[in-house]
Design a protein around this ligand. Sequence first.
Ligand code: NAD
Length: 295
Amino acid sequence: MTTPTRVPSYSYLTGLIGSGIGPSLSPALHEREGDRHGLRLLYRTLDLDVLGLGPESVGELLRSAHTLGFDGLNITHPCKQAVTRYLDELAPEAARLGAVNTVVFRDGRAVGHNTDVTGFAQSFARGLPGAPTGGVVQLGAGGAGAAVAHALLTLGTDRLTVADRDEERAAALARTLGSRFGAGRADHVALAGLGGRLAHADGLVHATPTGMAAHPGLPLPAALLRPELWVAEVVYRPLETALLRTARELGCRTLDGGGMAVFQAADAFRLFTGREPHAERMLADLADLVGAPAA
Ligand code: NAD
């Protein structure tokens, strides 16, 4: 008896489930990369707001998409945690974080991954090579913040301090990180204590929405920055936030949020299609889509 050969697929149906995702750049990033690989890759948005559905509908949407032949889905706010209970399996980084941003349907099973974690890690390694990670301060303990914190501790950050204007949220994230990566590697501080921690830190990661058009300005006083501090941003619309501009003018090494956005998309593309994405081309696409020169 001969083993049947698996015929490579050239058409893929993918998409994104989330709330308010009309302006998402994911469809363009995935479809442009699909075109370059000679694939027929469609990426649809399943917007809970447009569909009049709540976050609890993610399980039903997932089942429907699977039945209709989708190859995979990205998952975003507010469903990244809720989706985990509808999956057959979680990849290690998604299990550790308790959040999923990519689901792959294969052989009748739904497997959850988290490419926000791997995306930030790759962006950091590419954009700030050799940056010291003894002590890092992170502002923002929401969805992006949790993924970035996991990436930083996985990359070897010795001590991560988390701050958020919702102090209980920062404390909860620090507790979770401590239990997963070892007590003493993560703690939290009130916003009033940021200056004291930053004075001795190697780097600052910003993971709040401050700097986006709807939330302009700096997320912390410019006086807390100094040239020896590297500054990494998660906001990518715009690519150059007020924080990055201020830090760069001071002489800090900086990393914009575009790399994380692109590498998470590239990792999801690889999971969906099995093809090796070209991240540098996708970075140029992102710069094109947000109207900025490529980094
Ligand atoms: P979220 O709402 O889950 O969390 C934001 C957190 O920031 C909240 O805990 C909030 O209390 C805190 N916060 C807001 N303003 C603050 C301030 N001035 N000072 C201190 N804390 C403050 O949001 P999220 O999903 O984590 O997204 C945050 C940002 O990250 C957004 O701009 C989003 O577009 C961006 N993001 C980027 C990527 C990427 O790939 N680069 C991925 C996901 C999210």
